[in-house]
Design a protein around this ligand. Structure first.
Ligand SMILES: [Zn+2]
Length: 441
């Protein structure tokens, strides 16, 4: 009898703690050496300021973006043309933009790995092509931008290399964005492009500075990193805002759910890392390329080192009062950049292997002893997980797997928890959690 109950326990652990061995392979395959080589190359274009030279083959943003495109093309040629690689560009003018020194094309480099089952659903990983000197209008002074943001760009290239060995159900976009430093122009341009195409965007994982482990305060930490997410969509309606007062959701917007998803993936597959969910759009008063996506109502988060070094950001290379300024190659830690690239790669893979999230999730249980949930059926889902947590908890701590589209949680009082539902595929991969968007009476 004792043996039987132990056996039962082992089986239930195996089922509830299901992991996919392919995810461990993906982590292992990410190469610090390749990221290092790519950061080195990117730092050697002199400056990658968006308004720098576009004619030279060795200097300026033109040479940099052509090199990035050629790298995506090599990756695609080695996976039987599994990626479509192209430039997406928009013209920005000096007129009306006080950080634009002259009219120019802002050019993004895009690589799309089409999904086999849901080709119109896209998850995006981004880094930035551009860099800047102390003066953002200065497009000639050397600006190696090794950490800001060759690290994010190299990580995006490396994730594309690793994931090109697999087929996914949803599509993955790997993109190098430009114009970040002068006004998030590249991100805004890509948002417009995907809206015109009618692409269904799961979300964007924006990588901006993923290689510094030595903080300006002297803290050295190669395990912690930050996932920034805004609380609720920036384009919510007045009605949605009013409803939130009664039904909750202040810390449960779509970007926050994406942040929780990444946090959970890391906790399961990379337990040595310390992911910090930061409950804000970005750093205090500062910006990044996930924001244009958030502005348009898409989920988007920023992945970033935990400890910044401000003497190595947006600084001309120089020595002043004995301090070496400049965002140079020697300061990037490639073992750490590899880890943060792996965080992206496993999150992209988990999402791209998962079915869509339920569109409608309804909840009821006012003046009842039980919480009731129902949700729309998801094509390709084997089952669903109902998640709930204490109202003060940042993470989905309780779960119940079911194979129906409605369920009552006996004895769980609606008032005392927050709830959500995710779809689970045949392969065990999960969608992001959807916070209830309807009330059951
Ligand atoms: Zn920057």
């Amino acid at each position: 009898m004792k043996n039987i109950s132990i056996l039962f326990l082992l089986i239930s652990v195996a089922v509830s703690g299901q992991t996919d061995p392919k995810i461990y392979d993906i982590i292992k395959d990410v190469s610090a050496d390749r990221i290092k080589a790519d950061v080195k190359t990117l730092t050697e274009f002199g400056t990658r300021n968006t308004f720098s030279d576009t004619i030279s083959n060795t200097q300026g943003i033109g040479a940099a973006r052509r090199w990035i495109k050629s790298q995506f093309e090599v990756i695609s040629s080695e996976c039987d043309s599994c990626m479509e690689v192209f430039y997406q560009k928009d013209f920005v003018t000096k007129k009306g933009n006080n950080r634009v020194p002259h009219d120019a094309w802002v050019v993004n480099v895009v690589a799309v790995q089409k999904g086999t089952k849901y080709p119109n659903k896209y998850i995006i990983m981004s880094g930035d092509i551009d860099s800047r000197a102390s003066d953002t209008m200065d497009f000639t002074t050397d600006a190696p931008g090794a950490n800001d943001n060759a690290s994010g760009m190299a990580g995006t290239l490396e994730a594309a290399r690793v994931l090109s060995a697999y087929k996914f159900e949803s599509s993955i976009i790997y993109v190098g964005l430009s114009g970040e430093e002068q006004g998030l122009f590249g991100g805004a341009g890509l948002v417009q492009y995907v809206k015109e195409k009618g692409w269904d965007i799961i979300g964007i994982l924006n990588n901006d500075m993923i290689g510094n482990i030595t903080g300006v305060d002297g803290v050295i930490d190669n395990r912690s990193f930050r996932i920034f997410s805004e609380p609720v969509p920036a384009n919510e309606t007045e009605r949605q805002r009013k409803m939130r007062r009664f039904y909750g959701g202040e810390v449960d917007g779509i970007s926050r759910q994406l942040a929780r998803y990444i946090h959970k993936s890391v906790r399961i597959y990379m337990p040595e890392m310390n992911p910090m969910m930061i409950y804000r759009l970005d750093r205090f008063g500062r910006g990044g390329h996930h924001r244009p996506f958030n502005d348009a109502g898409f989920a988007g988060i920023r992945i970033m080192e935990a400890h910044e070094n401000y003497t190595q950001q947006h600084q001309d290379i120089r020595i002043e009062d004995g301090i070496k300024y400049g965002d140079t190659f020697e300061h990037v830690n490639f073992g750490y950049a590899k880890k943060l690239t792996a965080v992206n790669a496993i999150s992209l893979a988990n999402l791209a292997w998962a079915p869509a999230a339920p569109e409608e999730v309804a909840i009821g249980g006012i003046v009842e002893a039980n919480a009731r949930l129902s949700w729309s059926k998801v094509e390709g889902a084997k089952g669903y997980k109902i998640y709930w947590r204490d109202t003060t908890s940042p993470t989905w701590d309780h779960e119940r797997y079911v194979e129906t589209t409605a369920f009552t949680l006996e004895g769980i009082v609606i008032d005392n928890f927050f709830f959500g539902v995710a779809a689970i595929g045949e392969n065990g991969h999960e969608s992001v959690v959807v916070f209830p968007n309807r009330i059951l009476r």
